[in-house]
Design a binder for this molecule. Sequence first.
Ligand SMILES: O=C[C@H](O)[C@H](O)[C@H](O)COP(=O)(O)O
Length: 222
Amino acid sequence: MNEKKIVGEKAVEFIKDGMVVGLGTGTTVYYSIIKLGKLVKEGLNIQGIPTSVQTEELAKQLGIPLVSCNEVEQIDVAIDGADEVNSDLDLIKGGGGALLREKIIAKAANKFIVVATPSKMVGNLGSFQLPVEVAPFGVELTEKHIRKYGINPILRQIEGNPYKTDNGNYIFDCSFPDSLNVKELEEKLNLIPGVVENGLFINMTDIVVSLDDEKNIVLIER
Ligand SMILES: O=C[C@H](O)[C@H](O)[C@H](O)COP(=O)(O)O
């Protein structure tokens, strides 16, 4: 049973003809995008807005018409994965490094749908290290400010070099104490000069598509 495929494809039922659709990034929403590609070939008329270069390339291969977020009046629905989802449907995202574009699109969408296998559902956010996207300029100063909140930031590396996002920035993967309130943490981090965005998505999710203990599809609404 491919859980990612099941939840990914289910979310596509929310997409109707004529919609502008935010296309998330990752291995779960991958199945939503594949399904959308099939439906487009069968005549579904949508415009997609990709949240990463990786998703843009996939959507192009599948023939999904794309549009820039600056060219549309509104985004009807955005579908995306998550690294963690708590019972308030707040999220940690950014394991794949796409958090900035994902958050811009999720915030702009009329409906934000998250596709999450049961392994992503947690009591408290924070077992997954929180990705924080930072400007390369002054990165060591930014790191010092992040540490002041009791957070332990680790610069994401790839082949011995700092990982670079699609926006040319770096990412700190941050472990933080349970005592920190995630709603406050989201705001505090973004007040630090040099922090571009963080992977806490608070009060943004409308629906989570997941599976229950019997592996039936469940729609969890906020
Ligand atoms: O930057 C990556 C995104 O936030 C992904 O949506 C998130 O990491 C979940 O990805 P996956 O579905 O591959 O677990």
